[in-house]
Design a protein around this ligand. Structure first.
Ligand code: C2O
Ligand code: CU
Ligand code: CU
Length: 420
């Protein structure tokens, strides 16, 4: 923290050697280390200043996925950092508590840069959320889980052979970059902040003993009240916060089970939980959570339509860095309809928070009714989103919207909008 109260963070994109398989060094990329990056933490109202250095051999960017900020600070493909260069964005955190993240966004190369290990969490806290008394001791009862899949050969070499349609997708699941991980539970209630940080893989997450757990937050903030479930689905880029109850000596595996979305979703063990003989009593699951009103659109709200075509275009057009596709008035609430005629995709919008109004005319599952920035769109279906745009105007610098299956994003399933 600087004298003027600014919180300063320094990130260096670098290459390194990580032990992704036991005893085998893998050449990887990371922020301030060999693989992944530090968890950044800030409080609503903070002024943050980043210093991002690129020590890779090629240009890249760092995008703050989930952050509400001016377009020039967003870290999309227009804010390239050359090799050896530094980029210093700064902004005031003005959004509710949420689990956000950061990752590269160079147009055409995002898949490769993320797959090699460049990603980290960016947690936003706020006083209203803090007053709920949720578990919040980082790494003890407030635990991030970054889910990623890799192909590692027997020598530990990270393979980059893209699969047809989906691109880089592996059968080796890592959690926070760790192979065959376990977590020692020491409290009766644990909060997990789950990020699907994979390039394309979907996860259908449940406990092997089918215990129920409580979803408390979606991408962009807390739900109005906890929703009890026995399984959740996360597509790439999505986050969920959940609360899980444990008893002494519990041993249970968190796993992902096969689904039917047409994306190769297998059965995988994610993480083993091993509870101590005695657990420190945690808080109970609260009845109510977010105080912030849900995102509504006024009568007569502007409606925009997007049709995902093939694996590389939106409304029949591939991404063009020089074309502005949509112009949105500052502070607007709009309905965005996204139609997906063929394969499964998902859809992420920079800068905004949205609520899923419906999926093929039906209400989304209760646990997905919180504020979001990324939504899964099953094949042959249409979603409607109530989108709340921010107030940072800039007629020249666009934000992106795109499929977060990174190969599709790289191939051009992305568009640009400005806020004016
Ligand atoms: Cu997570 Cu445009 O990205
Ligand atoms: Cu984003
Ligand atoms: Cu896609």
């Amino acid at each position: 923290v600087a004298k003027d109260g600014t919180k300063r963070f320094s990130l260096t994109m670098q290459t390194g050697q990580a032990e992704l398989l036991p005893g085998k060094p893998t050449t990887t990329w990371g922020f301030n280390g060999a693989y992944l990056g530090p968890t950044i933490r800030a409080i609503r109202g903070d002024r943050v200043a980043m210093r991002v250095r690129n020590q890779l051999g090629e240009p890249s960017t760092v995008h703050w996925h989930g952050m509400r900020l001016p377009a020039v600070m967003d870290g999309g493909p227009h804010q390239m950092i050359e090799p050896g260069g530094t980029w210093s964005p700064h902004w005031i955190i003005d959004q509710p508590a949420a689990t956000s993240w950061y990752h590269p966004h160079p147009h055409g190369n995002t898949a490769k840069h993320v797959y090699r290990g460049l990603a980290g969490l960016f947690l936003v806290d706020d006083p209203a959320a803090a007053a709920l008394g949720l578990p919040s001791t980082y790494g003890v009862d407030d635990v991030p889980l970054i889910l990623q899949d890799k192909v590692l050969d027997k020598n530990g070499v990270l393979r980059e052979d893209p699969k047809p349609t989906w691109g880089l997708m592996g059968d080796q699941i890592l959690v926070n970059g760790v192979y065959d991980p376990f977590f020692e539970v020491t409290t009766t209630l644990v909060r997990l902040r789950i990020l699907n940080g994979s390039n394309a893989r979907m996860y259908n997450v449940e406990f092997a003993d089918r215990r129920r757990f409580h979803v408390i937050g979606t991408d962009a903030g807390l739900l109005a009240a906890p929703v009890t479930v026995d399984r959740v689905q996360l597509s790439p880029g999505e986050r969920l916060e959940v609360l899980v109850e444990f008893a002494p000596r519990d041993q249970v595996v968190l796993r992902s089970v096969a689904g039917d979305n047409g994306i190769d979703e297998g059965d995988y063990e994610l993480l083993k939980f091993v509870a101590a003989d005695q657990l420190k009593p945690g808080p109970s699951v609260p009845q109510r959570l977010a105080a912030s009103p849900r995102i509504e659109t006024p009568a007569g709200a502007r409606e925009r339509k997007f049709k995902l075509s093939g694996s590389d275009a939106i409304n029949g057009r591939e991404m063009d860095m020089t074309r502005i596709d949509e112009v949105v008035p500052a502070g607007a609430s709009e309905i965005w309809q996204v139609q997906n005629p063929v394969y499964s995709h998902n859809f992420h919008i920079h800068e905004v928070a949205f609520r899923i109004l419906d999926i093929d005319g039906k209400e989304p599952p209760a646990y997905l009714q919180g504020p979001k920035d990324t939504v899964f769109i099953p094949r042959k279906s249409t979603v409607r989103l109530a989108v709340q745009f921010g107030h940072h105007t800039d007629p020249k610098t666009p934000y992106m919207y795109h499929c977060h299956i990174l190969r599709h994003e790289d191939e051009g399933m992305m568009g640009q909008f400005v806020i004016v």
